[in-house]
Structures are given as structure tokens and as C-alpha cells.
Design a binder for this molecule. Structure first.
Ligand code: ADP
Ligand code: MG
Length: 293
């Protein structure tokens, strides 16, 4: 059964004269992985910021599990929405484990400062917290690096750590802003598997990404934002086939998937050109196109 986890109604975000997000209705249901795509500057990150309380939308409301969210990031996290950022935000000089422990502070009685300063209350809860954090590190494949400083991790692992930290707040919905940006194909595939595994834990996922192959493989549903407006929404197949989506992307090649598509086009063009040359050569030799095998 599908029940809405997230419902954004008529969300508009203006910055002065610029309308970055315009009257967007948007739903994520339980058990779903939903993609949000669109050209650079389309308003994707701004929309995320409206969902997570970082921005107060100029108009509209955002509800999580039927309750309208107050536009305050910590209250949104407490309600059950976690996110990662387009630009990695980790505590660079903390260990991998500490980064995840900090992510847990919304779910422990002890607050952030107690977690950081390791007060007496924290120490009591520490064992349980650490066990949970280690579970998450194992889940993303970073348990062996628990004591490494975050800044010493390779880029792809920093992204995974960010996801582990987000999961530490025990969300019902996870928002990922360009999780595979800067990743190699191998890392992207691992991330894809990780997102499926997160969904299998019962966490709904909303993901912004430029890598179309990643998005269309992964998502049950995809919404396309263009100039702040939701242009198309549907299953991967429907969205992929929509001419308006192709048009919206013209002039901006699909990042992450330009190689093969472009190579195929060039090959096809070359084949046509070669064939044309053959035909000309054949004609010169007194044969016709129909005679060639
Ligand atoms: N804090 C802000 N103040 C003013 N303009 C902003 C702000 N954040 C984003 N914008 C503008 O809103 C538009 C959408 O940006 P953004 O949401 O970052 O797009 P996307 O994530 O789709 O690339 C852009 O024109 C951007 O310059
Ligand atoms: Mg963005």
C-alpha cells in the first residue's frame, strides 16, 4: 500500500525578483525511490532546502507523514527527514565513527554538545550509540575505517560516510543531493546498490542527480524541474521518452552518460559517411547501390 511520506503543496521560493521554485506539488510515498532531475539552476537544491527547513518557502507547505513541518532544520530532522549535501559537509577533523555519532544526536536524549564533549550522560548512552553507529558503518562498508579522520578518506568514501551520518538520525525519508557527483563508474554502481539497500530498510529516498543512467536505473518515479517548475513526472520509462525532457536538456549533455551516447552518434555518422563514399566509388566503377552486397 502506498502512503505519502512527504507531501509538498504549491511550494514557491523567491529570492528577490527571481522565482527559483514555482508552485511545485510533490509527493514521495513510502517504499519509493524518487528522482528529481533538471538542468543546472533549475531549482532542485532550492527545493530540497525548502523541504528540509533550511529555507522558509515564500508560499506553500511541506508535510511529513501527514503533519506540516515547521521550517527549522533540526525540527525537520527530528521529524524524520535526513539529507546529504551537494557539497560534502563532514567534520573533517573527526574520526569516521565520531561523524556518525554526531548524526545520532537527534535520536539520543543527550544533545549535540554532550555528544561532542562526552559528558557523563553521554558516556552512559555511548555504548548503545556506538553499536548503532558501527552497524551503519558496516552497512555502508566503512567499519574498518572507524578511527580514520574523515578528511583522510577518499572522496567516494566521504560521500558514503555522509550517508551513514544521515542515516544515524533514523530517518523515514532520506534526501540525497547529487550523491554520485565526482564518482567513478564503480563508485556510482556501489552507491546505486546502497540506495536500494536503504530503501529495503523501509526508508523512502528522494535523490537529485545528473547521472541519467543512475537515475533511471534506480528510481520508481522521476520528476523533472525546469526553471523552477515541475515539467514532467512519471515512471523512468515515461520520463525518458518525453520529448519535453529531451528538449529541456538540449545544450546540456547528460553528465555521466555522454560518452556512449555521443560515441554511438559519431559512429553512426561515420558509417553513413563511409557508406556514401562507397556508393560514390561504386557509381564511379559503373555499379549501382543495389548491386553492393
Ligand atoms: N540563496 C539564494 N539566493 C539567491 N538566489 C539563489 C539562492 N539559492 C539559489 N538561487 C538561485 O536559484 C536558482 C536555482 O538554483 P539551485 O536550486 O541551486 O539549482 P539546481 O540545484 O537545480 O542546480 C538559480 O538561479 C540560483 O542562482
Ligand atoms: Mg543543486
Amino acid at each position: 500500500m502506498t502512503t505519502p511520506v512527504l507531501e509538498a503543496r504549491d511550494v514557491t521560493m523567491r529570492f528577490g525578483g527571481l522565482t527559483a521554485v514555482r508552485s511545485v506539488d510533490f509527493t514521495v510515498n513510502s517504499g519509493e525511490i524518487v528522482g528529481l532531475i533538471g538542468p543546472n539552476g533549475a531549482g532542485k537544491t532550492t527545493f530540497f532546502n525548502c523541504l528540509t527547513g533550511l529555507y522558509i518557502p515564500t508560499e506553500g507547505t511541506v508535510a511529513y507523514q501527514g503533519k506540516v513541518l515547521p521550517p527549522k532544520p533540526h525540527l525537520v530532522t527530528q521529524a524524520g527527514i535526513a539529507r546529504t549535501f551537494q557539497n560534502i559537509r563532514l567534520f573533517a577533523n573527526m574520526t569516521v565513527l565520531e561523524n556518525v555519532l554526531v548524526g545520532r544526536h537527534t535520536r539520543t536524549k543527550e544533545g549535540l554538545w554532550s555528544a561532542l564533549l562526552r559528558g557523563p550522560g553521554f558516556r552512559k548512552a555511548e555504548k548503545e550509540s556506538e553499536a548503532k553507529a558501527m552497524e551503519l558503518l558496516e552497512f555502508v562498508g566503512l567499519d574498518a575505517k572507524r578511527d580514520h579522520l574523515a578528511r583522510n578518506l577518499p572522496y567516494g568514501e566521504q560521500r558514503k560516510l555522509e550517508i551513514a551520518r544521515a542515516l544515524a538520525s533514523e530517518p523515514g525519508l532520506l534526501l540525497l543531493d547529487e550523491p554520485t557527483a565526482g564518482m567513478n563508474p564503480q563508485e556510482t554502481r556501489t552507491t546505486e546498490e546502497l540506495v536500494f539497500a536503504i530503501r529495503d530498510k523501509g526508508i523512502a529516498v528522494l535523490v537529485i542527480e545528473h547521472d541519467m543512467r543512475f537515475i533511471f536505473n534506480l528510481c520508481d518515479r522521476v520528476a523533472v524541474l525546469v526553471q523552477g517548475e515541475k515539467l514532467v513526472e512519471g515512471t523512468s520509462d515515461v520520463v525518458q521518452a518525453d520529448e519535453r525532457v529531451v528538449a529541456a536538456y538540449l545544450g546540456e549533455p547528460f553528465e555521466g552518460d555522454p560518452g556512449e551516447a555521443e560515441a554511438a552518434e559519431v559512429e553512426a555518422a561515420e558509417a553513413t559517411a563511409a557508406h556514401a563514399e562507397d556508393t560514390v566509388a561504386d557509381s564511379a566503377a559503373g555499379t549501382t547501390k543495389g548491386d553492393t552486397p
